[in-house]
Design a protein around this ligand. Structure first.
Ligand SMILES: [Zn+2]
Length: 250
């Protein structure tokens, strides 16, 4: 890992790696200095090559002051301030698919899964993964209904209502592979980064699902009637790659 220092004034159109220019990594506050890690560029090149689709870097280098500004609300010591992180959108590719590739391909760094983009970084440690549904604070998709607990940032989620979920969160991530087999015999295999409680594993796409911790009894949440019903369409739940870490959006 070697972080290079560039100048927007003189090097904005300088090519870095195979596909990118310095300007694509520039801080959104207009700063001249741009820090870019060589290994980050290598990985973005790899993603660009594998998916064969353009990458938009929605946030690359951030000056510490820009990172700390309320509009950004980045984590302190964010990897973005070191030039080792990029939030990316790969045209036509869901963030989860980008994340799955990153997780399968690289054993070090950081990986954040968001609704509309994927955060990747090259921090020098075994890969840490977190999931965030859109803001940089602990999210609460459905938390008001008391069944869903998202996880990230090792932050105090606060605001817990009925369940005792204040304090540091331990991030437990399993990558679930789930087979859906419909009545007409068609089947589909989905990949999920689930959340876990003592008794259940929760995962979602447009719908919310859960199963017991031993992967039995798959259920689907019915938002209108507000109850879980058994959902035999789901079978063959398997998992791999368990990470336990207090993670944050570096
Ligand atoms: Zn990021």
């Amino acid at each position: 890992m070697a972080v290079q220092t560039y100048s927007m004034a003189t090097q904005a159109d300088l090519q870095v790696g195979q596909y990118f220019k310095v300007r694509e990594f520039a801080c959104h506050d207009g700063s001249d200095t741009v820090l870019i890690d060589d290994e980050l560029v290598n990985r973005l090149d790899r993603i660009r090559t594998v998916f064969g689709s353009g990458i938009t870097i929605t946030s690359g280098y951030r000056t510490p002051s820009y990172n700390a500004s309320p509009s950004v609300g980045g984590a302190r010591n964010s990897q973005h301030t070191k030039g080792t992180a990029a939030d990316i959108q790969v045209r036509g590719v869901p963030p989860l698919a980008v994340a799955s590739f990153y997780e399968e391909t690289f054993s070090t760094g950081g990986l954040g899964i968001y609704n509309t983009f994927t955060h990747v970084d090259t921090r020098n440690r075994s890969l840490v993964i977190w999931k965030n549904s859109g803001s940089n604070t602990v999210s609460s998709t459905g938390a008001s209904e008391g069944y869903w607990k998202d996880y990230q940032n090792a932050a105090d989620p606060g605001g817990g209502s009925t369940d005792n979920d204040s304090g540091t969160i331990t991030v437990v991530i399993k990558r679930l592979q789930v087979t859906f087999t419909w009545e007409n015999g068609n089947s589909y295999v989905g990949n999920y980064f689930p959340s876990e409680t003592d008794t259940h594993i929760y995962f979602n796409d447009n719908n919310f699902y859960r199963c017991k911790s031993d992967f039995s009894r798959p259920e689907k949440w019915n938002p209108d009637q507000k109850y879980w019903s058994t959902y035999p369409v789901i079978s063959n739940i398997t998992y791999n790659n368990i990470y336990t870490e207090g993670a944050s959006d570096g």
